[in-house]
Design a protein around this ligand. Structure first.
Ligand SMILES: [Zn+2]
Length: 110
C-alpha cells in the first residue's frame, strides 16, 4: 500500500471541511436552536434514534450527517436526540452507527 492509497482510504471516513464552513454551520445551529421550529420539534420529547421520551430540555440537537463530514445545518439534517444516543453516535463510525440503529429497529419490531 502506497502513501497515496493510505490517504485515500482515510479520506473515506474524514472529509476535509474548511474551518470557515464549520464555523458557519455551527453559528446556524446556534440560531436554529433558538427557533420556534426547533422548540416545537423538541417539545414532543422524543429522541429521534431510540424513540424514548425525555423532558424536552434534555434533548440535544444532533446533525444526522455530522458537520465535520460535510453535513449542513438544515432542518432536514437536524433531529432531537437524547444525551445517550448523542454520545454513542459521536464515538461511532457511520457504519457502526447504522448497525446500532438497525439493531434498535429490530428490537422495536419484536
Ligand atoms: Zn436516544
Amino acid at each position: 500500500m502506497t502513501d497515496d492509497d493510505f490517504r485515500e482510504s482515510f479520506n473515506f471516513f474524514i472529509n476535509d471541511v474548511p474551518p470557515e464552513q464549520l464555523a458557519r454551520e455551527k453559528a446556524k445551529a446556534r440560531e436554529l436552536r433558538q427557533s420556534q421550529w426547533w422548540k416545537r420539534k423538541r417539545s414532543s420529547g422524543e429522541c429521534a434514534y431510540c424513540h424514548e421520551s425525555y423532558p424536552p430540555r434534555e434533548l440535544t440537537m444532533d446533525h444526522i450527517v455530522p458537520l465535520v463530514r460535510g453535513g449542513k445545518t438544515v432542518k432536514s439534517n437536524v433531529v432531537p436526540c437524547c444525551k445517550d444516543c448523542n454520545s454513542k453516535k459521536k464515538h461511532m463510525l457511520p457504519i457502526e452507527w447504522e448497525e446500532y440503529m438497525s439493531r434498535l429497529d429490530e428490537a422495536s419490531d419484536s
